[in-house]
Design a protein around this ligand. Structure first.
Ligand code: PMP
Ligand code: GLN
Length: 384
């Protein structure tokens, strides 16, 4: 194995899901829902499979999916992307992120990101031979925030791009207009690109301090932003691995150059089904969010009653809890012992930090589960 990949073991999600299976625990670790997405989407996939759409789709993705992505971007975020040349379908957001970084970063280039970061970021940056410059999100006054001076200090002559995830996994933070404006201003000032991971774009709760705003919509950002999202979260089909990239023609062309040699194309018969899903009525998106908000409240209440110190997320389907009130001092030890102690699996947040101390006592629970599963997890955790 090449040296720069040696620090990366098995992803924490696979590790913790295997632990859940092995111990028969309730798995609130890896973020995947336990119910299916819209019936029309499932029917469309079955029809496509039985209708002979099982061969390689076109390189950029099938036209009706690109048209649906374009229409969705316009309807929700007021952003215009030409389906011919400004949109690329990928194997999930994961491939979109990896292909973007590999396409845009030379070895030694620096990538500014916010920690805790989604685990594939560090690996994709390392694969490109680039260097991550994390800026730490810290909990203060009930929300996670970064120090603007720390963000500014992370920029320099080698900065190539900013990798931003909002709504943010694992903290549930939704970056505010003021925070986005600071990031955009630095991107313009240093003339760097932004890659935005917006897979939780439809999961911002009604009591959040800010709505979701794509960075690409801020002044000076449309032409320097590679916007990424995925169907997995919004339509509860994480196993389908369909994501997309929206950007300028040259940037999409650069990302396509890499994507074509990673996977060539992906998920032929599932693409028409995601086109159908994206055309769901507004009520689908509203109900999806309301449902997850109710689940958030259910789990946050249960975790608080079990003794955790909980910071209520404004978005995503994750909640971060501090184990200190339960006598925990290290999230990895705590999560490894949790199945034995009470039959629940969570994810230690510290693995998403370079500054491990900043996340040492934090663990993450997913609440994209049926009510009875959440109730069972809470009942078990209350035995701690
Ligand atoms: N980014 C974030 C922040 C995520 O939580 C996930 C997990 N779904 C991904 C990217 C990967 O998305 P996909 O499954 O579409 O590759
Ligand atoms: N995005 C999901 C999470 O954060 C898991 C994705 C994965 O397993 N790679 O839990």
């Amino acid at each position: 194995l090449i040296a720069r990949m040696r620090p990366f073991g098995t992803t924490i999600f696979a590790e913790m899901s295997a632990l859940a299976v092995r111990t028969g625990s309730v798995n609130l670790g890896q973020g995947f829902p336990d119910t299916d997405g819209p019936a029309a989407m499932l029917d469309a996939a079955a029809a496509a499979i039985h209708g002979g759409r099982n061969q390689y789709p076109p390189g950029p993705g099938i036209p009706e999916l690109r048209a649906a992505i374009s229409a969705h971007q316009r309807a929700f975020w007021g952003l215009d992307y030409d389906p011919d040349g400004e949109i690329l379908v990928t194997a999930g957001a994961t491939e979109a992120i990896a292909a973007s970084i590999l396409a845009l970063c030379e070895p030694g280039d620096e990538v500014v990101c916010f920690e805790p970061y989604y685990d594939s970021y560090a690996a994709s940056i390392a694969l490109a031979g680039a260097v991550r410059r994390p800026v730490t999100l810290r909990a203060a006054e009930g929300r996670y925030a970064f120090d603007p001076a720390e963000l500014r200090a992370a920029f320099g002559p080698r900065t190539r791009l900013v990798l931003l995830n909002s709504p943010h996994n694992p903290t549930g933070k939704v970056f505010t207009a003021a925070e986005l404006a600071q990031i955009a201003q630095l991107c313009v000032e240093y003339d760097v690109l932004a890659v935005t991971d917006e897979v939780y774009e439809h999961l911002v709760f009604s009591d959040a301090t800010a709505p979701h705003v794509p960075l690409a919509g801020l002044p000076g950002m449309r032409d320097r932003t590679v916007q990424i999202s995925s169907a997995g979260k919004t339509f509860s089909c994480t196993g389908w691995k369909i994501g997309w990239v929206c950007s300028t023609r040259p940037l999409v062309s650069a990302v396509t150059r890499v994507k074509q040699f990673l996977t060539y194309v992906n998920a032929g018969p599932l693409q028409p089904a995601i086109a159908v899903a994206l055309e769901s009525p507004p009520s689908y998106y509203q109900e999806f969010r309301d449902d997850l908000q109710r689940k958030r409240d259910q789990l946050c209440k249960g975790l608080t009653e079990a003794g955790f110190s909980v910071l209520q997320p404004e978005g995503t389907y994750f909640v971060t809890a501090d184990i200190t009130p339960l006598g925990g001092t290290d999230g990895v030890d705590f999560c490894l012992a949790l199945p034995e102690r009470c039959g629940v699996v969570a994810v230690p947040t510290q693995v998403f930090y370079d500054d491990v101390d900043a996340g040492r006592r934090l663990i993450r629970f997913a609440f994209c589960k049926r009510d009875e599963v959440l109730d069972e997890a809470v009942a078990r955790l209350q035995r701690l």
